[in-house]
Write a new protein. Structure first.
Length: 150
């Protein structure tokens, strides 16, 4: 794990672009830009590209941080990269005295095994569903908010 630096932007953009079922092409640039705005880390081998994955943490509230972005290159799924990235996010939030970490993902009504895997990933790491709402992303895209006490 290395802290995000500008030179990682193309490699992280490639990770996001390689996961269109999670990150629509229209959203890739926004998420890539967020890597430069918020505390972010990159999973890599020996500190060199390519990126295996990336994570971004925001702090919408002083005591409740958010996993704003967590993406793992498709060929690295189910190899522990996401768990390592999440652990970095949790350590950062604790270091900053946050009491909770939350994440938004597609609600249970969204079709696709990829979102089922996303929900299962967070549930297996101690997150609890807090609420689901169509007010965050619109009626056609209900968001599920999961939370974890730190």
């Amino acid at each position: 794990m290395v802290p995000f630096r500008a030179e990682w932007l193309p490699a992280c953009r490639d990770v996001l672009a390689g996961l269109p079922e999670w990150f629509a092409p229209s959203a890739v640039e926004g998420y890539a830009a967020d890597l430069t705005r918020f505390p972010s880390w990159v999973a890599c081998v020996h500190g060199e590209p390519p990126a295996l994955g990336c994570v971004t943490v925001s702090a919408p509230q002083a005591a409740a941080f958010e996993v704003h972005l967590l993406a793992v290159a498709r060929e690295r799924h189910r190899q522990g990269v996401g768990s390592l990235l999440l652990a970095v996010a949790e350590r950062w939030a604790r270091h900053c005295k946050a009491r909770y970490l939350h994440v938004k993902t597609a609600g249970a009504g969204q079709p696709g095994a990829h979102f089922e895997r996303t929900r299962a990933f967070y549930l297996a790491r101690g997150f609890t569903p807090l609420f689901e709402s169509d007010r965050l992303w619109g009626p056609d895209n209900p968001a599920l908010v999961l939370v974890k006490a730190l």
